[in-house]
Write a protein that binds this ligand. Structure first.
Ligand code: HEC
Length: 109
């Protein structure tokens, strides 16, 4: 029981240290690169949430790399809602980096 808990704690620490808060600027640049601002820009397109709005929603996931990974996969596999090509074209790494950027407040470049 105790050792199992210790293992989980260690795994959590490892997961966190494997994902240091990457350079925020990279996130914004990646988002621009992938055309995310076409819809999530300011003003955003129709009902699309702006990155600032998303960042507010996602702030609750700070320090939760598992949740971050799950959100990235959901985005990439289109399981949130209907199809958005730009979401589904993302590589696992890019989706992860972009979600991490949003969780960290989606700071501009
Ligand atoms: C063609 C327009 C369009 C483009 C381009 C686009 N998105 Fe989206 N995105 C949307 C819409 C519309 C929603 C909200 C759909 C809803 O909530 O029903 C959304 C939702 C999201 C969400 C919120 C998912 C949730 O509900 O938690 C994230 C995160 C996101 N987009 C990230 C991105 C990223 C990163 C890019 C660039 C790779 C991108 N989007 C490009 C239209 C777009």
């Amino acid at each position: 029981m105790v050792s199992r808990l210790t293992c989980l704690t260690l795994a959590g620490l490892l997961a966190v240290s494997a994902w240091p808060p990457a350079a925020a600027q990279t996130g914004a640049r990646l988002a621009a690169d992938k055309g995310c601002y076409n819809c999530h820009g300011d003003p955003p397109k129709k009902k699309t949430p702006s990155f600032a709005t998303l960042a507010k929603d996602y702030a609750q996931y700070q320090g939760q790399p598992d949740k971050e990974a799950a959100l990235a996969e959901q985005l990439r596999t289109g399981s949130f809602f209907g199809h958005v090509d730009a979401h589904e074209r993302l590589s696992a790494e890019d989706a992860r980096a972009l979600v991490r950027w949003i969780v960290s407040g989606s700071p501009p470049p």
